[in-house]
Design a protein around this ligand. Sequence first.
Ligand code: CA
Length: 220
Amino acid sequence: MRILLVEDDQMIGDALCVALRDAAYAVDWVKDGETALRVLDNHEHDAVLLDLGLPRRDGLEVLKKLRTNGTTLPVIIITARDGIEDRVKGLDLGADDYLTKPFDIDELLARLRATLRRQGGQATPLLSNGIINLDPATREASKGGVVCLLSAREFSLLQALLIRPGTILTRAQLEESIYGWNEEVESNAVDFLIHGIRKKLGIDAIKNVRGAGWMVARNK
Ligand code: CA
């Protein structure tokens, strides 16, 4: 899952990047509203964490523009403005959730998971294709009675596949789901991670489609 963080405060931005990466998200960080809109045009992200007080374009303007363009991307507003008016305005403009600074990082992560889950049309917190279950809150995967803990990147890769069971994802698509912009992509990272997941969950957990990419079975 790839998150766009829009935040002009260096300290808060740094802290959020670390926390989100620790929680296995790929994170890209921009510091003004204009850049945020330009980046969001590329449709690379799965959710946006949006500050309201931003240079060049206010967060509410960014949100309004996004929704006017018909983008359904999940947006969580994070801001120091605790006025009821801004909160209502943000939600009315199409924000999915709202957190007032200072907030607890665990609460932010839980809200992010809930928002992404709703976006995927999923009521339960577990991701599953009927064979493999994955818990985004704990990064635990299970298959046929075997339960194991995945590394942050193993989790991101398996999550990308489990969101779309039966769909082949290319190497580039998998890399995009595990790396942010300024992270260097290691050339055989995907093979390495798939090897690790198969070691934990069994060789048949992820299917290789020669010359095309990888997928998990659709078994619902
Ligand atoms: Ca700000």
